[in-house]
Design a protein around this ligand. Structure first.
Ligand code: NAD
Length: 280
């Protein structure tokens, strides 16, 4: 019998706990605040930003949004980040990606003070994660680890296979799993014999952005399957990278889309803002 990992419920319980922590911080005169910068009009980004503001409101984290026009220059973006870096009332800064063409997201991430880098994208935090040192861990991988731990799914010694090697999911997740003593393989678009690799995984994570890419033949009986993909279909429905309906009976644990990794990502962002406020 397989179990569906309820990311929505787990995220809710994390937010509840964080709300208490925020109240305690406020009693100590610390008012956690997140600044979000969005450039341009990317539709999906607007939804993500709205969800982040809603989560902040629920938890009691103050929230400032900077909506910049599509034609913003890199220098203007960097100046704004610098201003927010120097603002002592702001504990976390994030730049919503993707940025419009002509703007360099990596340069923007590098400009954010590592102490306010609640997305965990700054090279200092990326490096610290590689060294298994305390840092801001990027939110999606962090949320996945929290889900595995909460459901008591063994990570140590497990064979984990990640499909997707992005800087925001695949690579940091590989480090998180390694830090927890899993044996990790990262696959990508040029990987050969993908099915032969994924079929061996105790924990299979897909982060590629292709609907129903992971089929029943690609998973091992009894495996744990984590679906990071978010694919919006023509009818507006969101589906993951995993062929959920056909796989769910074959595996031990599986995350749904929506209601799996997505809410956990936002909960861990909130966690990082609270952590930044405490360190401030
Ligand atoms: P990306 O779009 O930057 O890169 C995709 C990755 O998939 C690349 O590493 C590529 O090599 C790999 N890939 C593409 N086609 C492949 C194939 N046929 N076989 C093997 N590998 C292949 O990745 P991303 O930004 O990590 O996003 C991936 C998906 O995860 C998207 O659907 C995105 O919307 C979603 N996402 C969800 C959350 C969340 O919170 N749920 C967070 C981040 C990203």
């Amino acid at each position: 019998m397989s179990e569906i990992i309820n990311g929505k419920e787990l995220a809710k319980s994390i937010r509840l706990k964080l709300k208490e922590e925020v109240n305690e911080l406020k009693n100590a005169n610390i008012r956690p605040k997140l600044a979000v910068i969005m450039v341009g009009n990317d539709k999906a980004s607007k939804v993500y930003v709205k969800n982040k503001s809603k989560a902040c409101e629920e938890i009691g984290i103050e929230y400032e949004e900077y909506l910049l026009p599509e034609n913003t220059k890199m220098t203007e973006l960097l100046e704004l980040i610098e201003k927010l870096n120097n603002d002592v009332t702001i504990h976390g800064i994030l730049v919503q990606s993707p940025l419009p063409e002509g703007l360099d997201a990596n340069e923007a991430f590098r400009k954010i003070s590592p102490k306010k880098d609640v997305d965990g994208f700054h090279p200092v935090n990326v490096g610290k994660l590689s060294l298994n040192q305390d840092c801001f861990v990027s939110c999606t991988p962090y949320g996945i680890i929290k889900m595995l731990e909460t459901y008591n799914i063994p990570i140590e010694g497990a064979y984990a296979v990640i499909i997707g090697r992005s800087n925001i999911v695949g690579k940091p997740l590989a480090k998180c799993l390694l830090n927890k003593n899993a044996t990790v393989t990262v696959c990508h678009s040029r990987t050969k014999n993908l099915k032969n690799i994924t079929k061996q995984a105790d924990i299979l994570i897909s982060a590629i952005g292709k609907p129903k890419f992971v089929t029943k033949e690609m998973v091992k009986e009894g495996a744990t399957v984590i679906d990071v993909g978010i694919n919006r279909m023509n009818d507006g429905k969101l589906i993951g990278d995993v062929d959920f309906e056909n796989i769910k009976e074959k595996v031990s644990y599986i995350t749904p889309v929506p209601g799996g990794v997505g809410p956990m990502t936002i909960a861990m962002l909130m966690h990082n803002v609270v952590k930044a406020s405490k360190q401030h």
